[in-house]
Design a protein around this ligand. Structure first.
Ligand code: N01
Length: 544
């Protein structure tokens, strides 16, 4: 067992684990962070694939806990690329001396509650064990890469990569025959960049995607300064916004409004507009305009109007008719999945070295030592890239092998879907907390805003517990009523239509229960609920 066991063990050194380290230390708690990677950054440490970027504006996707940090950090682009966000994470780690409490290159193999000693015991793959009265799982929502089970997958003799586990050293793809499976956010970002380098690029697409052009502007000094001058107000606006973004518009900016994948429906409906008027608006302002209509996300008829306008635009952008038709999504609507943003995605399919393989008409039969065999053809590949997503939201928690009170495992408790209160705690797992867990706004919110709110709440709860040396866990009724509420607010949205198969619903992982996992009721409403709990002495929880 390790010397110097802390008050709190934090699992994960992404942004959640980093802020928790800072915050808990300031509350007078000793901490130890266990991280599988060799450094901080979480998502931005692992997802180094070409084209990786954030889909929330840089100035919004930043921490608000330190005014000095806000003032000293400069973002080079309106939407940041992965290397810049990782630089930001490193800067934070250095500035607040976070690494001294972090243990890297160490994977948690089991997290077990020792009832007699009222401690969490964390076993690791290095053989070291950590113990603490409080355990915080800061393991991220999209941190367990999904590699689908395709016959022969292990036989491939070329280079195999996953976008979510991209190597640190540069990968030379020049002149190579590259295949990529998956056209979600990761694939759509990577494909235009891969096409520039590869000799041949084969895109294996199962579902066509609705993607709109990302804002690709460099950051203007005056705009950045105006944000810095108004950061306190901006943080207030974030707190009042459903997606945790301020939508602050600098007066010195002549830029078009940033598009973020966190939907910001405006007070404008598409259905009442005349067909010509709608088409004109989309032609003049681009596909992004479709995201601004409110009814597209609530009214199936309005949704189909927008889907058709989108399809029309794709047919215009892609020269080869068959390729264009295959790139048009037909079986689900806008707003069902996380909105994807791109840079030159459709244009990429006009290049001579790019081939779209439509898996709906020509499915993959096997991976072979030389490439991919589909029903119609064999594709010889030097490099095979999986852009096949993640076991989202519950994946990392279930993989951690957590056992709570009375020997109950989290895997058993969540066999039919995640059961937790406010996405913060599950009954039977006292003094174990999850940051941005299922049932919280998490992935539907600006993640840094969601992280700060969760970590602050957990820090306060631990301080409360520590003063009386108590165990805390939600009441069964709190979990039940919260899950009913989470389901109720998701019903009737495009997220949960029967034709929708997204990772929000766990539908990308065979056998995973189909449950809408994030809280769609909006960040302010959620935060109010958490604040009420704390202010009234945590009535939804049981203490022992
Ligand atoms: O993963 P995804 P992702 N055979 O699950 C396909 C965040 N993110 O890594 O739709 C063939 O969305 C699958 O096809 P289908 C963001 O929140 C953000 O791209 O299941 N294909 C799909 O096309 C995002 O939503 C950013 O039919 C298979 C793709 O793989 C989340 O991460 C950037 C298959 C997976 O898409 C996940 O995005 C990147 C199979 N067996 C990621 N299995 C930004 O900030 C799966 N697929 C911009």
């Amino acid at each position: 067992m390790s010397d110097g066991n802390p008050d709190v063990v934090i699992v994960g050194a992404g942004f959640a684990g980093m802020y928790a380290t800072y915050r808990f230390r300031n509350l007078g708690l000793s901490v130890k962070v266990i991280e599988q990677g060799s450094d901080v950054g979480g998502t931005w440490y692992w997802n180094r694939y070409p084209g990786a970027r954030c889909d929330v504006p840089s100035l919004e996707y930043s921490f608000g806990f330190s005014e000095e940090l806000e003032q000293e950090w400069d973002w080079p682009e309106v939407f940041s690329a992965q290397p810049d966000i990782l630089r930001y994470a490193n800067h934070i780690a250095e500035r607040f001396d976070l690494r001294r409490d972090m243990v890297f290159n160490t994977r948690i193999t089991a997290v077990t509650f020792d009832e007699a000693r009222r401690l969490w015991v964390l076993e690791t793959d290095t053989g070291e064990t950590w113990e603490a009265p409080y355990c915080v799982m800061a393991t991220g929502c999209l941190s367990v890469p999904n590699k689908p089970e395709i016959p022969g997958a292990d036989t491939f003799e070329g280079l195999e990569l996953h976008t979510g586990l991209w190597p640190k050293d540069p990968v030379d793809l020049s002149g190579k025959r590259v295949g990529i499976i998956g056209t979600g956010s990761s694939g759509v970002q990577a494909i235009p960049e891969l096409a520039k380098e590869a000799g041949e690029l084969y895109v294996f697409q199962r579902s066509a995607v609705y993607t709109v052009p990302a804002n690709r502007k460099a950051m203007r000094g005056a705009v950045q300064q105006e944000f810095k001058d108004n950061y306190r107000r901006i943080r207030e606006l974030q707190q009042a916004n459903a997606g945790g973004v301020s939508n602050f518009r600098p007066t010195r900016s002549v830029e078009t409004p940033p598009v973020t994948s966190i939907r910001q429906p405006r007070a404008l409906d598409i259905k009442p507009m005349a067909p010509d008027e709608r088409r004109k608006l989309v032609m003049e302002r681009g596909l992004n305009q479709l995201l601004n209509f409110r009814d597209v996300y609530t009214d199936p008829e309005a949704n189909e109007i927008a889907n058709n306008l989108f399809r029309e635009a794709v047919r215009h952008m892609v020269e080869d008719e068959d390729t264009a038709e295959a790139l048009v999504p037909h079986d689900y609507g806008l707003g069902c999945k996380r909105q994807v943003l791109d840079r030159d995605y459709y244009d990429t399919f006009n290049r001579d070295n790019v081939t779209l393989v439509d898996l709906r008409s020509n499915p993959i039969e096997a991976v072979t030592p030389e490439g991919i065999q589909t029903a119609d053809a064999h594709f010889d590949l030097d490099v095979l890239i999986y852009a096949t997503g993640f076991d989202a939201m519950t994946g990392a928690l279930l993989k951690a092998n957590i056992t709570g009170r009375d020997g109950q495992t989290l895997n058993d408790k969540w066999a039919y879907g995640p059961v937790a209160y406010l996405g913060l705690q599950a009954r039977g797992f006292p003094n174990l907390f999850t940051v941005t867990g299922p049932g919280s706004p998490s992935v539907l919110c600006n993640m840094l805003v969601a992280i700060e709110q969760h970590v602050d709440w957990i820090g306060d709860a631990i301080t409360h517990l520590k003063s009386s040396d108590q165990l805390m866990e939600p009441l069964e009724a709190s979990e039940t009523t919260w899950i009913e509420h989470v389901n109720e607010v998701a019903e009737g949205t495009m997220y949960t239509t029967p034709s929708c198969n997204s990772w929000y619903l766990g539908a990308n992982i065979p056998g995973k229960p189909r449950i809408f996992m994030p809280y769609v009721g909006g960040y302010p409403r959620y935060k109010d609920r958490c604040d009420q709990e704390a202010a009234s002495g945590y009535p939804g929880f049981e203490f022992s």
